[in-house]
Design a protein around this ligand. Sequence first.
Ligand code: EPZ
Length: 451
Amino acid sequence: MTDDVLVVHGGTPLSGQIRVRGAKNLVSKAMVAALLGDEPSRLFDVPRIRDVEVVRGLLELHGVKVTDGAEDGELVFDPANVESASTDEINVHAGSSRIPILFCGPLLHRLGHAFIPDLGGCHIGPRPIDFHIQALRQFGAVVDKAPEGMHLTAPTGLHGTKFELPYPSVGATEQVLLTAVLAEGVTELRNAAVEPEIIDLICVLQKMGAIIKVHTDRVIEIQGVPRLGGYTHRPIPDRIEAASWAAAALATGGRVEVLGAEQADMMTFLNVFRSVGGAYEVTDTRPPRQGSPGQEGGIRFWHPGGELRAVALETDVHPGFMTDWQQPLVVALTQARGLSIVHETVYEQRLGYTEALNKMGATIQVYRDCLGGTPCRFGRRNFKHSAVIAGPSKLHAADLVIPDLRAGFSHLIAALAAEGTSRVYGVDLINRGYEDFEAKLAALGAHVERP
Ligand code: EPZ
């Protein structure tokens, strides 16, 4: 057990207003993109989270000057003096995040070589990087895996290529984008991921001077250009964080307004939220006018009273139900009447956290079968990737150890919804992706304390 523990006195509905900033899964990639330019870039609304610190550290090691801008959350990146960093210096960041893999293309373009430390990130399955390596090799990179990390060179430069992803991986799509924009010639990527964060990264790259066409049927075509400039960008808001607070409102019988949440990016979540019996209202942003200060919009989520209803859902790539929305929502599903079914089709081992919920009184059974309409890659491979949740169950307090980021937030929600006092160990992991979550909990009236 660690000292890193939060004591949660559960049973109080969360109520109030919080704000989400730029999406973690875009901001960190936009920061890497700044390395590709020969002019400064400016990114707004950057959340103070661990992943941002890791990417900032890696950029600084490679000579990018990173400074805080005038606005809170604004970062300015000056890549005028990009330089090599030593393996030892880079290895300080080993095991801390998965973003370093995306430095491959930009460093090869800027320096002709790259060293990538061992990756970190959440333990939600094996999380291989074979698509990344295959794509990089097709661009012309030479990839050497060593015990301390991965060394890459590009002896004859990087050249456009045709590549089809075996699965629409978010990271591998970003890898191809960040490499193809400065590669010589045209790249065609088939079966690409088209998550809103990827479209926003394309917007960033386009602002820098890239030529990228997003065709129908998951085909992206990139025309390499000889140079890129800087960008000024306000990222899309964090739709995973917004949904996490929505699930917390529902599970605790509360009401939370998430300022900054964007309806268009959350449509699939909103449909499920309503099917379960949750209520929400989209509030639009009002620009300031003479005599009126204006107002930031968002989405207000609440439990309207009465019983919640069981649902069947499958996680999927965009525009499906995000895998990262699954864990927080399952806590609310423990309060729904009937049998809910969740088929996790993105990661093979993302249901382990349900054991902790069972310990708190939930009734969740996990299965190896595909319990859903879409047969997935894991059905015949013996992975427990479907769950049946029988509800409603009264949750009681427990001592919990946080296993990964999203599951960690779901543990926290469960502790907030449960009667009694829980101790949640390893909460610092939540700082990887949720800015100021303890301050936000306090703003929503949660009774939590550090012992
Ligand atoms: C991104 O991870 C996100 N992380 C994840 O969010 C998110 O869950 C995931 O996309 C799916 O939306 C970041 O953006 C930093 P993938 P990524 O490549 O890019 C398999 C969070 O909590 N695969 O789309 O690593 C892989 O094993 C995190 O914020 C290969 O087989 O995800 C998985 O089953 C967790 N070989 C599937 O593809 C590869 O080379 C999807 O992974 C790459 C991926």
